[in-house]
Design a protein around this ligand. Sequence first.
Ligand code: UT7
Length: 325
Amino acid sequence: MKRYSRISGTGSYLPPHRLSNADLVAELAAKGVETSDAWIVERTGIRARHFVTDGVYASDLALEAAKNALQAAGCTAQDIDLIIVATSTPDMVFPSTACIVQNKLGANGGAAFDVQAVCSGFIYALTVADAMIKTGVAQRALVIGTEVFSRILDFRDRTTCVLFGDGAGAVVLQASDTPGILASDLHADGKYVDILCVPGHVSGGGVLGDALLKMDGQAVFKLAVGVLEDTARATLSKAQLSEADIDWLIPHQANIRIMQSTARKLKISMDKVVVTVDQHGNTSAASIPLALDWAIRTGKIKAGETLMLEGVGGGFTWGALLLNL
Ligand code: UT7
C-alpha cells in the first residue's frame, strides 16, 4: 500500500505581550524614531504584533505550540519520532532548537534538527518531514516554525522594526494510507543574500559584524510577488490540480499587499485567503503554521479541504505546498 503523510493536529502560541501600532509608535517616538499607525496599516496591513519578554526563547514558544498540536492530534510526546524546527532565531548557535524543544517536551530519542530557510522555513520543513515519512524514515513528526524576531530588530530603523513579531506554530504530521500532502515545490536563489539578512556572526567569543536585520523592502516585495505565483502554479501542476481546487490560500504573512497581488494573479478571491498579518505582523517561519492553526481553531478551515501554503523570504528562498486536511 502507498504511504502518505497527513496533518493530524495543529497548534500555535503567541507571547502575551501584545503591542498595537499605537503602542509601538509611542515607544519608537520616545527613541526619536518617527512612524505612524496610518503608514504601517496602509503599506503593510499590520495593526499589532506580539513580542517576547526577557528570558523567553524560540524553544519556549515552540514548546507551547507543540503541546497544543499534540493535544489536537490526540497523541503524546512519546509518539513523536521526528522534530523539525524552522527558525532563524535559534536559542543557541548549537545545538539545534529542535533538540532543546525535544528535551523540554520529554520526547527524547527520536531525530531532531533545525531547518534554516528564513520565512520559507516552514514550507521547507514540512516538505522534508513529508519526504521522511513517505520513505519510512519517520512515523510521526512535529514540524514547528518558531521565531523571536524582536531580538534581531534594529529599533532605530523604522523601515524594518514595525514589520515583525514573535510567535510559534506547529503541526503533527503522520504516516497515512490516504494522501494529505499532495505536492510541494522549493526554490532558492543565493545571489539575493544581501536583500534580506542578518550579516553578523559569532567569532572568537563575540559577535563580528552587525547582528541586526537588514532588508531592501522594495527588492523583496518585487521578487516575492513574482515567485509566489510561479511556485503556486508549479505545485498545482505537480498535483494535477488547478486554482479552482484550492479552498484556502495560506501565504506567508509579510504584507497584505503581497497577499492581495498573489491572490489576484491566481484568480483566488480574498475571501479564500487566510490573513493574520494584521494581528501577528510578520513572524517569519512561524507565520504560516500560526495562520493555519488560527483558521482551523476559528472554524474557517474544515477537515477535507484543500489548502495551498506558500512561503518566501531571505536566501532568497520560496516554495509552496498543497495539502488535503
Ligand atoms: O518576510 C520576508 C518577506 N518580507 C517582505 O515581504 C517585505 C517586503 N517589502 C514590503 O513589505 C515593503 O517594501 C515595505 C512595507 C517594507 C515598505 O513599503 P514600501 O511601500 O515599499 O515603502 P518604501 O520602502 O518605498 O518607502 C516609502 C516611504 C519612504 O519615504 P520617502 O523616501 O518616500 O520619503 C520611507 O522612508 O515610506 C518611508 N518609510 C516610513 N514612513 C513611516 C519607511 N518606513 C516607514 C515607517 N513609517 N515605518
